[in-house]
Design a protein around this ligand. Sequence first.
Ligand code: MRU
Length: 356
Amino acid sequence: MKFKTIEWKGDAIRILDQRRLPGVIRYLDCKDASSMAKAIRNMAIRGAPAIGVAAAMGIALAAKKARDSKPQAFLTAIEKVCHEMSQTRPTAVNLFWAVDRMRRILAQVGAYGVEQTRVRLVEEALLIYKEDMEVNRKIGKHGKRLIKNGDGILTHCNAGALATAGYGTALGVMYAARDGGKRFHVFVDETRPMLQGCRLTAWELVQEKIPATVITDNMAGVLMSQKKINLVIVGADRIARNGDTANKIGTYSLAVLAKWHNIPFYVAAPTSTLDLSLASGQDIPIEQRDVREVTHFRGCSIAPEGVQGFNPAFDVTLHSLIEGIITEKGIIREPFEKNLKKIFKKEKRLIVGAGG
Ligand code: MRU
């Protein structure tokens, strides 16, 4: 990748400001945890794995800069930051998963002392970053075989390098297929209202020289009926234990359309996006955003005064519409509940339940 989504600079966290792309390439230095939390909230950085990494780095930065030298005071101060991070966005479970990893290090401050805990928290944040890079490559490796020469692939929102520590999940599969010599065409939903597809995914694909066409979200059906699309791959923000998947608003409609047209619909996500504490997608908290994102465009009203707006940032795709979930451990298929549990059993990983 020719850009870095997020970078640990020691005394600051540098992020590529995604609100300004593709027109303006501007990096922001977050010099404290509050500015990192603000950047997550206002979507200067976004995408489930990326906000997990950003929250962990924000906590690490706070730990590095905290003046407290007594374990209890240090714990109280950093716990406050963990809480602040977990209030930024409610849907992507990677955020809570990363905060939880940081909390587990923080909890050992009594045993390790403040100075060592500062170092350990920074190391943990950098590990979360490094692991995400590696996991994305593995998702690519497992998913690339789904792509055939000449395919038309539809994607929604941005699940690329910008949404992760680097490389990407849904786009990572495409990068891996391209590197393996496959030729295909990507159709990119513009992704109303924040236009992550048009602004971010298209920008990544152009840089990577992968042929791509931007469409408005309501064009997917006609392209499917014309047989121009034979595969759909999207990312995920939270996957319940029955396989129901929350992702950017509009994903559910695509999955229904894909089912109708007999087109395989795949979700690409790291296992850090799985939330086995939730029985189904009904329990996933859905972020509701400012309705002006719908009724206005770049500050100008595009709807009559007095009309109401509705702006859920995510929707839930039922597992029965999903052909498979491409993870770093392989492609998981029905029965999702049994097969997802299997990979957790092997890992004995803590199951995160995060409520937003
Ligand atoms: O609101 P956003 O831009 O953070 O939403 C992002 C998505 O819905 C992505 O598809 C998802 O986080 C997967 S990113 C690898």
